[in-house]
Design a protein. Sequence first.
Lengths: 855, 99
Amino acid sequence: MTPRGNSLLEFVFSCPLPSGLHARPASHLAEAANEFASECTVTNLRNGLVANAKSVLGIIAADIRHGDRCALHLSGPDEHAAHAALRRFVEEALPRCDVPLAGVAAPGRSTTPRLLQAARVNCIFGTPVSRGIGQGHVVILKRMTLPGNLGRQVGIDPTRELERVQQAVSAVRHRIGEKLKYSLTPTGAAVLQADLAMAGDVFLVEKLTEQVLHGKSAGQAVVETGEFFIDLLGHSENEYIRQRSADIEEICLQLLEEVCGASPAPAVELHGSSVLVAETLAPQQLLELDRRWLKGLVLEYSGATSHAVILARSLGIPTLAGVRNARLVLTPGGEAVVDANRGFVVSQVSPAVRRFYEREQKTLERRKELWSRHAGKWAITADGKRLEVAANASSGDELTLAFENGADGIGLFRTEMIFLGREEPPSEQEQFAIYSEAVRTAGGRPVIIRTFDIGGDKPVPYLNLPHENNPFLGCRGARIYAEHHELLQSQLRAILRASAAGCVQIMAPMISSLEECLQFKAAVGLAKQHLTQKGVAFQDDIKIGIMVEVPSVAFILDQLSAEVDFFSIGTNDLSQYLFAADRGNPTIASLYTVRHPAFLRFLEQLVEQIHRAGKWVGMCGEMAADVRNLPLLLGLGLDEISVPAADLRELKRAVGKLHTSDGMNLLDRAIACGTAAEVEDLLSAQQFHQPESLLSDELVLLGSTSQTKEEVIQEMVDAFYVASRTESRDLVEEAVWAREAEYSTGLGHGFAIPHCKTDAVTANSICVLRLHEPIDWDSIHGEQVRMVVLLALRKSEVASTHMQVFSSLARKLDEEDFRQHLLEFETPEQVTTYLAEQLGLPSLLASESRSGGTT
Amino acid sequence: MKIVAVTACPTGIAHTYMAAARLEKVAKNFGYEIKVETQGAMGIENKLTENDIRQAHIAIFAVDIEVEGRERFNGVKVIQVPLQEALKNPEGIFAKIKR
């Protein structure tokens, strides 16, 4: 390459960046190129795309990926200097231009059910924020629309419009520049730097100018230029580049605001069942929509706690958030299914998809029906004593799940989450909406709402909490209420207002003295007074309780009982304060065990004294959630336990198998132990915990109308889901198919025996399915299958006695007589009874559902 | 004739045991004495003793995975077939032995 006069200088390089030349590195390259007067163009030799190297957008649009060979051409007055400088830049600076951005999460595990995979439909993944399934025509909410009166303008003066565009560009650049000055993190600065380059990009300005010269108004020019670039970048094959279309949209929105003033959020009219697709949504916009037709909501924005999301949840609209590029990928007017149970949108509704969702609907109905049969039942011990089994929750989703799992109430509604991770405290109105939703979901069952328990270990900027060396012994819980009086008042008012619609109780955290208790009661009194004056309804005799977390409380229970209605023992803090052992410190982990004679003695005294004062006492700590502790808790005589939703069923079921007197005996013996190890041994020797049955009537499906092997397996896995033996159907299905890939599980004689080893099932299970019409199963003898027996074994329980049952079942299937019986039975009961008999299962283990084991 | 056999499949939940049952049944029809060791999810069951193996005329491996303790069979004639074979055509295996 000999430089000659006005000739073209060029050099070739290959892109060293793993994510390609996306916005940030592109902005650095453009910045370097803009130092020179010469023309700089970059050609992607892979795809032939040519771009102005001074334009970030141009470079991005050239879709330069890792390893792509590119030619950089330079021509103009300072071409030699430019050549040298850019060559140096590409060799030295470019490879280091792309520090990974913090917080860009890798896409999570995303699978679709086998049947949808087979139907070859396109599924777009997102995070379910309001569960359910909805179907309708896609309606896309555009953010960039001109205010109505500016849509069509006549008599435009291009010179003036061009001026307005230029002013807008420099105003937006100025604004980004200001933000850049105050950017606190290097990542934030890098993003703003890229935005700044994009906002002044020559390609962008060129396009804007071109639009104005074609007679468009400044506003129209911005909208159309924005659409041009969103389209250009949005259809790139490169994920990073597609994401940049959101950046350019943001910049164009700012330009539009400069040109037209702040525009009101655009409204949408729905005609017929619709799925609304939007970047984000204001609560007002959601409320204005015709809810008869709004079947689902797809948001690109990923916040699970935005107001619109909370609202969508309370309205029961299936909603997915964080669906990247949803507005680009989904076609307006096309039909789509929002599956906010599994977390994806299906963008083409073929007959296969329709059939899949018809079957899914039936599965969901059956699951609900089965739940409602068990959910309302109380947990009663074998000797007839009731134990309330409530749930801990901190969000609406958890609450819904808790009641689906049969919670008798909410024993601890944590409200800290509402206060954390934001710049300003939540308003009374926002809190009221959240608590009301909780009360509505509870449908008359009690909800104990705990006022905020925030301490120096949690960052809450607006509270200005001091940094403490020992936050667990410092300003937390009720101790900060005096200083943050108004915050507590607004929360109490919100809780009281919500209490008008159901059964609410208020609980204070971290009470250690009578003074604190009295102050808290006075605060509730003040909030009540305020509402009375305003004529707002609330439950006047609302119950007030306190957490038992600080050991000092144990010595003034008589005095406290005179003031409050109930107590709830928080075992996590209580044990760490009792043993003076930080539970976050693994080196002293052995010190704070709850199964310690000292702690058990302490609990026994607490419960005894509270009951002597005639008050109610529950337990909401982790100790309550471990089923191994259950006999001890029954022995203590607690009125309630409150546990995570996932543990409810197991605990409720376990209560029914226990005797209070056995629990009391066990507690006596535990208390007499000298060490924690002795208590552990004592508990391990108790074989009270029985595994769930292998069989149940719900797992016998006679007369199935499935048409393919895929459908059969799905139907059987669905049966596990209906019976709450799995919450991850896709994982179970995957495990079954992984086995099927080895060789077909068809046995001949019209039988198949698919099986899997996976902890995605919560209990070892046998499912039996008989087909109405035989189907192909790629069987050994090539013959069709009529009877399918699915064995699902938990991976971690292969050593269990159930494996014995599985192996004898496998052997039995070789006997013609046995097979013949299975083909002839008419009811599920006959099948389970016969199998239990043949496999030597005790009848309780064989089929619990019929004997009503959960009550 | 005395026969020893081992059955084993990848998951060890179903086919290992079905194949064992099948081999036992068919051997009986042929008038052979058979002992089948299963290597499944429960580990080794009905374990073949040194004595069993020494007295056997032949060993059948109906397996899809490596046989555990294969060295025990050194010096014994072994017929190895895929496990499916024991389900699909167990008679064939015994017919081969007869020849």
